[in-house]
Structure formats: structure tokens, C-alpha cells
Write a protein of this length. Structure first.
Lengths: 68, 263
């Protein structure tokens, strides 16, 4: 079952059900350096393992960069 | 005699350094040395979509004792700023947020009205709100009333190194608003940062002036010294300016000569 989501503005197809933890791991994101938002709701870090992505989810993974 | 430490307070946190450092435009390996040379206790950063690949992250390079000040750059209105503030707090764990709301991308001038709205919403949620703004006394009063922890008027457009183009209007804010006034944006040289401190600013922020200098660590140290000098001069109370004539530094009698007295 392929799950289609939007991730950081790009369409992405996932293989089967993926948790937030799984999504971060597959992209090489470091959980302690990012924040994750699904459909405009911030996912707490304690829920990364238990939150599964659904068809049509709009996901943002953000982190800090240099800035003034 | 006990020397009372000259500190300033933001949201209940006390700071000794009056130099806030922006972290943009640096290569990551230089940031730590720069922060140390600057003696900065507060460093700003921006929030963006993360890159894949587990690459080095800016937080890896900022010393632990430094207060992170995320900004809401990229926000075009209050709602976007509020969203960025929430995401930033999720990563930083800190309540500090610098509001940056820009509609115009050519001059990056802040939208004071949207900023007032963002200050109001975020202050109610317990953030220590530091609004970047175009120096307008009326807007500054609204930000103060909305719960801002300080006011951050621009000296000149971001990244221009033009200096204190808005000097006279910053002076008005310093005189009329009972909050730390932190000059941010446009400062290009340590002398300009010194002048801002002499005027009575609580602190100064610089990014491009340091990041684009020939020797970045040296310039960070130059800014540190200039800001300390300007603050000391302000506390010392500069001497008066004499407009109408000169005033000799030494007595006008006892000159080593015997000729007639001059008229």
C-alpha cells in the first residue's frame, strides 16, 4: 500500500505505513535537531514513534539555519 | 567599593554582554570562534525546511551557555510568525523569539502593524518577545503595551552595512520607551555600534558586518570592544558640546613670555 504525502513542499510516496520516526530515519534527519508538523499541528517528540502518516498528510520537517 | 555589574534584563533573564550576534552567512566551523571572540551571550538563527542527510547543524556549533534567539524570518504576516515561533520553541525549548515580519523582499523593511499583532499573541503565550521594527514611536508604544520584552529598531536595511541611518528616530525611542532598545540591522562598523551604545541603546545586534569582514574573528572582537566602550561612555556621561567658541584646556595666565598683554 503506497501512501502519498507532501513533505517539505514535495510529493512523496511512502511504502506502507510509516511513523514519524521512520520518516526521519529514512531521510537522515536528526530528531533532536528538527521539529515536525503534520497538517499544521506540531508533533511532540514523545509521539514520533507512535504517529503514523496518512494519505494526503502535509508534513513539514524544519530545523535552524544561520540567520540574523 | 562594590562595582555593581552593568547588566540588562530580557524576560527575567540577566545578560552581561550587550552584543547580540547573528549567525547568518558564516561557514559553520567559524561560528564558535566568532561567538567566543564576540563575547556574545545571545545568538540568533532562522527556521527553515530541513535538509536531508543528517548534515552538521548550526546548533552543533553554538556554545552551550549561549541563549538561542530564533527569528521568524520568512514570515509575511503575524500568523506565519506565530507558526514559526511555535516550531522554533519546539526545537530550542526556549521562550525567546525575535519577530521579523517582512512583506517587501527588496528592502526587507519590517511590517510594524503585523509585528504588533504577533507580539500580542506570543506574549500572551509566555514568549519573551523581541520585535524587530522600523523606528516609529507610536508602533513601539503599541509593542510595549502588547508585552514586548524590548524594542529592536533598525539602523538601516538588513545587510547593507550603512550604519545608523535612522539615528534620530532611535534616539526618540531611547528617550521615550522604558524598555531595552536594541539596535538591529544595518550596523556596518564597530564605530557605529559604539555610537549606538553612546546614545543609550541597551544592546546592539550585528550579523553581516562581522560575517563579511576580512578577518571574521578579529571583527567580532572589535565589535565587542566598541560596544563595551560605547556603553562605558554612556555611563560616564559625555562632556558638553560647545557651539559658539573654543575653550582652552589650560590657564590663560602664566604664559612664558614678557610681551604686552594681548587684548
Amino acid at each position: 500500500m503506497r501512501v502519498k504525502i507532501r513533505l517539505n513542499g514535495q510529493t512523496r510516496e511512502l511504502d506502507g505505513s510509516v511513523t514519524v520516526s521512520g520518516l526521519l530515519a529514512s531521510g537522515g534527519y536528526r530528531p533532536e535537531r528538527v521539529a515536525v508538523e503534520i497538517n499544521l499541528a506540531i508533533i511532540p517528540k514523545t509521539a514520533y514513534d507512535s504517529t503514523e502518516l496518512s494519505e494526503g498528510d502535509v508534513v513539514e520537517i524544519v530545523s535552524f539555519m544561520g540567520g540574523g | 567599593m562594590d562595582q555593581k555589574k552593568d547588566t540588562f534584563t530580557l524576560g527575567g533573564h540577566e545578560f552581561t554582554s550587550r552584543f547580540i550576534l547573528g549567525s547568518g552567512k558564516y561557514s559553520l566551523d567559524l561560528i564558535k570562534a566568532c561567538v567566543e571572540n564576540a563575547g556574545a551571550e545571545i545568538v540568533t538563527m532562522a527556521l527553515r525546511r530541513a535538509n536531508e542527510g543528517g548534515l552538521a547543524n548550526i546548533l552543533d556549533y553554538i556554545p552551550d551557555n549561549v541563549t538561542m534567539l530564533p527569528n521568524t524570518s520568512g514570515a509575511r504576516n503575524a500568523d506565519e510568525a506565530i507558526r514559526i515561533a511555535h516550531l522554533s520553541r519546539e526545537i530550542s525549548g526556549s521562550d525567546f523569539i525575535k519577530i521579523e515580519i517582512m512583506r517587501d523582499t527588496k528592502y526587507l523593511l519590517p511590517d510594524n502593524y503585523e509585528t504588533i499583532k504577533a507580539v500580542d499573541a506570543l506574549a500572551k503565550e509566555g514568549f519573551v518577545v523581541m520585535p524587530y521594527m522600523y523606528p516609529d514611536l507610536n508602533c513601539a508604544r503599541d509593542m510595549r503595551d502588547a508585552g514586548a520584552a524590548c524594542i529592536m529598531p533598525l539602523g538601516a536595511p538588513i545587510g547593507t552595512n550603512k550604519g545608523l541611518a535612522t539615528k534620530e528616530f532611535i534616539k526618540i525611542l531611547i528617550r521615550e520607551i522604558d524598555l531595552p532598545i536594541i539596535v538591529d540591522a544595518g550596523i556596518g562598523r564597530p564605530s557605529q555600534a559604539c555610537e549606538a551604545m553612546e546614545m543609550g541603546a541597551a544592546a546592539v545586534m550585528a550579523n553581516t558586518a562581522v560575517a563579511t569582514a576580512g578577518n571574521i574573528q578579529m571583527m567580532a572582537e572589535a565589535f565587542k570592544k566598541a560596544i563595551e566602550a560605547g556603553r562605558l561612555a554612556y555611563l560616564a556621561g559625555p562632556g558638553r558640546v560647545r557651539e559658539d567658541r573654543a575653550e582652552a584646556s589650560s590657564p590663560l595666565t602664566g604664559f612664558l613670555r614678557d610681551d604686552e598683554k594681548e587684548a
